[in-house]
Write a protein that binds this ligand. Structure first.
Ligand SMILES: [Mg+2]
Length: 123
């Protein structure tokens, strides 16, 4: 399985990247939504993207909308991982096409559980 971690925080990319690699994922990274669209194209096919909300250039919400507007990424699972903790934001993201929603701070257990819910758990 191949994952894309999208977050403008280098620390978060490192933490999520390590969790996913430890689970057996191959991991690519991007610093914002715009860069993520390029990585998606270049590294296709990817199985899942973990998407921050607040990022420069293109935020995670706009990234989710952009990806869901393209049929070639229909199989890509999208998981928001964000400090946005209002239910209305979660609903917005799910309406836009996100498959799951994780609030920061997260634990490895939460990430594994959410991956399991969308059939993406490897261990
Ligand atoms: Mg951010």
């Amino acid at each position: 399985m191949r994952a894309l971690v999208i977050d403008d925080s280098k620390a978060i990319r490192a933490i999520l990247g390590k969790m996913l690699r430890d689970m057996g994922y191959e991991v690519a990274e991007a610093e914002d939504g715009q860069m993520a669209l390029e990585v998606l194209k270049k590294e296709a096919p990817l199985d899942i993207a973990l998407v921050d909300w607040n990022m420069p250039q293109m935020n995670g919400y706009d990234f989710v909308k952009a990806v869901r507007a393209m049929r070639e990424y229909d199989e890509l699972r999208l998981m928001m991982v964000t400090t946005e903790n209002e239910i209305s934001k979660m609903i917005e993201a799910l309406d836009a096409g996100a498959d799951e929603y994780v609030m920061k701070p997260f634990t490895k257990e939460i990430i594994v559980e959410k991956l399991r819910l969308i059939g993406m758990e490897l261990v």
